[in-house]
Design a protein around this ligand. Structure first.
Ligand code: C2E
Ligand code: MG
Ligand code: MG
Ligand code: MG
Length: 283
């Protein structure tokens, strides 16, 4: 009995390994095709100031709707793009699109673009950023680049030089998924970033953990002291919003406010601003 079960399990395991391999190869092939035919999309998720509902930045998030595979989430294709090196091309495509789209928004709104380590570490990264800004006619101060702690950790000297280079052309820098890496606090001193995005895991634990509340409070005090903007990621409930405000965290991104929206919807939302609607856009 147990032998047969073991065999079944082994067979099942082999088949699923094979499936995983096939689908990985397929995603790789299809992603290359999607890049070639430009069938990827970029959506934008606003970051709100909970004090007055104003929007300062919208984050570019890549969306892929495949005719057969359906919606493929970034968590399925970004790692494959990183592994194969396609991420450099994909990232540059997103950057150029995001700069063009942001050029059509009210000038007080910035766009944030995620950069993978490999993309950030390209020797000509800064030239590529400058070229995307020039092509779109976008003010460098309206672009934020989001990197993670692990990108900083890989080659700290190169990262420091890249950050200095970006700041020299006026581009802003944001530290994404903050608190999930190793480095954290020491890095805020070492790398001059403009914004820190507190990882969603802290926000989701806020209501059940007084320790998490203490950590968020400490990060809030520290970033305020250092003159760094602090954004809470993944805010889903009014309770989380209230707990964050109690810790003086007022910049929020999450489903409570808005999911990522296509450019057309965003444009409509921004036109409500011009009509003097409830939505405000501040610098
Ligand atoms: P991220 O940069 O930390 O982006 C935030 C992710 O959290 C997004 O997932 C967003 O849709 C999701 N999110 C926002 N609010 C909430 C919320 O209230 N609750 C929950 N459960 N989730 C929320 P998405 O779009 O699936 O992207 C996942 C990750 O993939 C991103 O994490 C980013 O690391 C990466 N990614 C997406 N687009 C790009 C890209 O163009 N380039 C690179 N290098 N990475 C990208
Ligand atoms: Mg991000
Ligand atoms: Mg994030
Ligand atoms: Mg995240």
């Amino acid at each position: 009995h147990s032998k047969a079960a073991g065999r079944r399990q082994a067979i099942w395991f082999e088949t699923s390994m094979e499936d995983a391999l096939v689908s990985k190869r397929r995603i790789e092939r299809e992603l290359r095709e999607a890049l070639r035919t430009e069938t990827l999309e970029v959506h934008y998720q606003p970051i709100y100031d909970a004090r007055d509902q104003s929007i300062s930045t919208c984050e570019a998030l890549t969306r892929w709707r495949h005719p057969q595979l359906g919606y493929v989430p970034p968590s399925s294709f970004i790692p494959i793009a990183e592994e194969t090196g396609m991420i450099v091309e994909l990232g540059e495509w997103v950057l150029r699109r995001a700069c063009r789209d942001a050029h059509l928004w009210p000038s007080a709104a910035r766009v944030a673009v995620n950069f993978s380590s490999r993309q950030f570490q390209q020797p000509d990264m800064i030239d590529r950023v400058r070229s995307a800004l020039d092509a779109a006619g976008l003010e460098p101060s309206r672009l934020e680049i989001e990197i993670t702690e692990s990108t900083l950790m890989q080659d700290t000297e190169d990262a420091a030089a890249k950050i200095a280079g970006l700041r020299a052309i006026g581009v802003r820098l944001s530290l994404d998924d903050f608190g999930t890496g190793f480095s954290s606090l020491g890095y805020l001193n070492r790398f001059p970033v403009d914004k820190v995005k507190l990882d969603r895991s802290f926000v989701s634990e806020l209501s059940v953990s007084s320790k998490t509340q203490a950590i968020v409070g400490a990060v809030s005090l520290l970033t305020a002291e250092l003159g760094i903007d602090l954004v809470a990621e993944g805010v889903e409930t009014h309770e989380q919003r209230a707990l964050l405000l109690a810790k003086n965290v007022h910049l929020m991104q999450g489903f409570l406010y808005s999911m990522a929206k296509p450019q057309a919807e965003l444009a409509q939302m921004f036109s409500g601003v011009a009509r003097g609607g409830k939505l405000k856009v501040v610098a």
